[in-house]
Design a protein around this ligand. Structure first.
Ligand code: ACO
Length: 403
């Protein structure tokens, strides 16, 4: 890579890189990716190492503060997650303003912005202690907000968080418990959901993380920056792809078309259809997250004694695509979204909540990047240039004289 720092003040020099695929926007020590080899490491630690005892809270601390937490930090942060899990009563009232059919990502983005109003003490974060407290608040609240958004969409009452439950189990309780029937925690489900969240926790300068850094570069607070990240994540070419994958698999399952016909359509350059959950800007090889999630989905279904026809269809699509020169030549392989939905379905999470789960997982990564950028001494406001392609000068015609 060419380091252009020394050229910064040369006027007139603009690197034209639509989609920014070849632009390094910052220096970062959070996540390492080797797209050619299919390697992903958090602070240097491989995903394989994190698989054995999947613990999302531990990984969140690793990403945000640079190393695996010691006992004291882990305990302090976990207690803070528990203490911050409930919502301010006034904040709950905001939900009444949304129609039941509101897309959960819209609700999540709006409610994360609203945290700026309810917790003004966290708008200025001066040191690591304050960042840790703000992070605990945000990571804890986001799960309650997500669960309540889901329950309100069904007309169900708010479930108070249970202080005896750890992070992921508490989320499942807030989603699925009923006053007359406490959700029964299954450790296999908890481990699978922990792994899903871990695998989504960071992925260097993807669209939503770059958005968080972009917004943060103006000095905007953590809540505002992460709310922008949620909006960026929503799109179907980014986090929204996990919903699109299930919609694609369901369409094939309903018999609208065969797997072969779908792949043919995805290859047709005149059609807007893509093989959802395939392809990645950085990976030119297997996305290591997809490999793990395929295994997790198979194991979870087996342990639950369930079969999901969508898993067989996904395997079939993968088999066809991996033997097809269109996908081989373009180096298109399954990405993180291809198998995650199968796991979420098995857990009972509805499709319209999939991208919200992605957001819960990605939050520590957004916070880590926001905080890293804040500490960088040469931090400048992000302000890319453009290559202007319009008229240089046009005459103004009065409205009365226009046709
Ligand atoms: N199905 C069919 N063709 C594809 C696919 C796909 N999933 N992905 C890329 N291609 C083709 C493109 O049509 C293009 O073909 P061409 O060279 O003949 O014009 C070529 O591969 C390169 O595609 P680009 O869109 O230029 O690649 P880019 O790096 O910009 O896009 C992206 C990456 C957005 C992930 C793309 O592969 C895609 O749309 N995939 C499907 C959506 C998806 O799964 N998104 C989730 C990504 S992971 C994440 O955000 C968490």
């Amino acid at each position: 890579a060419i380091d252009i720092r020394n050229l910064r003040n040369q006027t007139g020099l603009i690197a034209f890189d639509p989609g920014l695929g070849n632009t390094g926007s910052c220096e970062s020590a959070i996540t390492f990716i080797d797209g050619e080899k299919g390697i992903l490491r958090y602070r240097g630690i491989s995903l394989d190492a994190l698989q054995n005892h999947p613990n999302f809270v531990e990984v969140a601390l690793l990403l945000m503060f640079g190393k695996l937490p010691g006992k004291a930090q882990y305990q302090r942060f976990s207690t803070s997650l528990t203490n911050n899990a409930n919502l301010d009563e006034d904040m709950k009232h905001h939900f009444a303003g949304f129609p039941r059919s509101a897309p959960p990502m819209a609700v999540l983005s709006a409610m994360i912005s609203t945290l700026s109003c309810f917790h003004p003490e966290f708008l200025e974060l001066e040191d690591a202690t304050q960042v840790e407290r703000a992070a605990a608040r945000l990571i804890s609240k986001v799960r309650t907000l997500a669960a309540y958004a889901y329950r309100r969409s069904l007309g169900l009452p708010y479930n108070y968080p249970d202080p005896t439950l750890p992070y992921v189990s508490n989320f499942l309780h807030m989603m699925f418990s009923e006053p007359y029937r406490q959700y029964s925690i299954d450790e296999d489900v908890v481990a699978a959901l922990n792994m899903v969240l871990i695998l989504h926790a960071d992925h260097e300068q993807n669209c939503s993380t770059s958005t968080v850094r972009m917004v943060g570069s103006s000095g905007a607070n953590l809540f505002a920056s992460c709310a922008a990240g949620v909006s960026a994540l929503w799109g179907p070419l980014h986090g929204g792809a996990n919903m699109a994958v299930i919609e694609m698999l369901e369409a094939i399952h309903k018999g609208n078309m065969t797997a072969q016909e779908y792949v043919a359509l995805a290859k047709d350059r005149d059609s807007p259809v893509r093989l959802m959950g395939f392809g990645h800007r950085v990976y030119r090889n297997f996305d290591p997250r997809a490999t793990i999630l395929r295994e997790v989905s198979e194991k979870l279904l087996q342990r639950m004694g369930r079969k999901d026809p969508l898993l067989s269809i996904a395997r079939k699509l993968e088999e066809i695509a991996l033997q097809d020169s269109y996908f081989i030549d373009r180096k298109l392989y399954p990405n993180v979204d291809f198998y995650s939905g199968i796991i979420l379905r098995a857990i009972g999470i509805p499709t319209n909540m999939f991208t919200v789960i992605f957001a819960i997982g990605r939050l520590p990564g957004w916070i880590a990047h926001w905080y890293e950028q804040k500490r960088q001494s040469d931090g400048k406001i992000w302000r890319p240039r453009q290559v202007y392609a319009g008229n240089r000068q046009s005459a103004y015609t009065a409205r009365t004289e226009r046709g």
